[in-house]
Design a protein around this ligand. Structure first.
Ligand code: ATR
Length: 287
C-alpha cells in the first residue's frame, strides 16, 4: 500500500530518501500518496545508504532515478557529490534535496531553511495582519538563533537573506562566531534585549524528548520576543513554546518546518505545487 506496487512499470520514475537509519522516515508515505493523488507514474522508496559517494556515482549514471531526499548523517557529505548547488545551500554546507537532470547532472537544494523561514514569515504576517507574499516581514527584524549546528546555520543564513539582523547564540562561542552575524553565548542571550519584538529560533536540542523539561532560555527573557520558533518537534509543544505563548509571543512549531520543507522538495521533484492538505492530514494521522 505504501509503494503502490501494482503501478510500477519500466518507465516509472524512482525517487527515494537516503539515510542511515532511514526506516523511520515518513517521506515515502507523503510522496507516494502525493504522486497517486495526481496520477504521476512515480514511486518513492526508503534507501538505506552507507557510502554516499558511491551511491551518487551510480545514481547519476542511471536514468530511472529522478531525484532523492537526503537525511542524517548524509546532508553535509553529499555536498561534494553534486554538479550544481543552490547558493544558500552551498553557504550552509548542507543539502537535503537532489534532482537529477535529464543529462545526468545532479542539482541540490536545502529545503530545510526554506521551510523554517516561510513558516516564521507567515507567523509574522499573521501577527501584523499583513498581506501574504508582499515583501518579507523579516526585513529589519532582530532575529536571534539559538544553536550553531546545521539547523542553526540554515536559519541564520535564511534570515539574513531576508534582510533580518542576525544574532547567533551558542553554548560554544567559537562555533557561533563562525556562522557570521553577532555572536554570543547562551548565557549572554538571556539578558540580551536591545529592543522589543525580536524573533527567536531555537535549533539546539535543549527541550527535546526524553529531556523535555529543559529549555534553552529563561522564561523572563521571552517577553522581548514577538515570535518564537522551535525546530524541535518531539514533543510538538516544547517547554520553550509553552512559556513563549504564556509570555504573549506568537509561536511556530517545528512540525511546520518539517511539513513545509517537504512541499519544497515535491515542487523541485515534479514542478508541481504540493498537495498541502494531504501532507498535513497524513502527518497528523501518522504522528
Ligand atoms: P542540528 O543539525 O540539528 O543543528 P547539531 O549540528 O548537532 O544538530 O547542533 C546541535 C546544537 O545544539 C549545537 O548548537 C549544540 O551546541 P554546541 O555547538 O555547543 O555543541 C547545541 N546543544 C546540544 N546540546 C546542548 C545543551 N545541552 N546545551 C546547549 N546547547 C546544546
Amino acid at each position: 500500500d505504501l509503494y503502490n506496487f501494482r503501478l510500477i512499470r519500466p518507465d516509472t520514475k524512482v525517487y527515494g530518501i537516503i539515510g542511515k537509519p532511514v526506516g523511520h522516515s515518513k517521506s515515502p508515505l507523503l510522496f507516494n500518496a502525493a504522486f497517486k493523488s495526481v496520477g504521476l507514474n512515480a514511486v518513492y522508496v526508503h534507501l538505506l545508504v552507507d557510502d554516499v559517494e558511491k551511491f551518487f556515482e551510480a545514481y547519476s549514471a542511471v536514468d530511472f532515478v529522478a531525484g532523492c531526499s537526503c537525511t542524517i548523517p548524509h546532508k553535509e557529505v553529499a555536498v561534494k557529490c553534486m554538479g550544481e548547488i543552490d547558493p544558500i545551500a552551498k553557504k550552509i554546507g548542507a543539502i537535503n534535496n537532489i534532482v537529477r537532470r535529464p543529462d545526468g547532472t545532479l542539482t541540490a537544494f536545502n529545503t530545510d531553511y526554506i521551510g523554517a523561514i516561510s513558516a516564521i514569515e507567515d507567523g509574522l504576517r499573521e501577527l501584523n495582519g499583513a498581506t501574504p507574499g508582499v515583501g518579507s516581514p523579516l526585513a529589519g527584524k532582530l532575529f536571534v538563533v539559538l544553536g550553531a549546528g546545521g539547523a542553526g546555520k540554515s536559519l541564520a543564513y535564511g534570515a539574513a537573506q531576508k534582510g533580518a539582523r542576525v544574532v547567533v547564540a551558542n553554548r560554544t562561542l567559537e562555533l557561533a562566531d563562525k556562522v557570521g552575524g553577532q555572536a554570543m553565548t547562551l548565557d549572554e542571550v538571556a539578558s540580551f534585549h536591545p529592543e522589543d519584538r525580536m524573533v527567536l529560533a531555537n535549533t539546539t536540542s535543549v527541550g527535546m524528548k526524553p529531556n523535555a523539561d529543559g529549555t534553552p532560555i529563561p522564561k523572563l527573557a521571552l517577553r522581548h520576543y514577538c515570535l518564537v520558533f522551535d525546530a524541535i518537534y518531539t514533543p510538538k509543544d516544547t517547554r520553550l513554546l509553552r512559556e513563549a505563548r504564556e509570555s504573549g509571543a506568537i509561536i511556530v512549531y517545528g512540525t511546520e518546518m518539517l511539513i513545509r520543507q517537504g512541499f519544497e522538495q515535491y515542487k523541485n521533484f515534479t514542478g508541481l505545487q504540493a498537495p498541502e492538505e494531504l501532507f498535513r492530514t497524513l502527518m497528523e494521522k501518522h504522528a
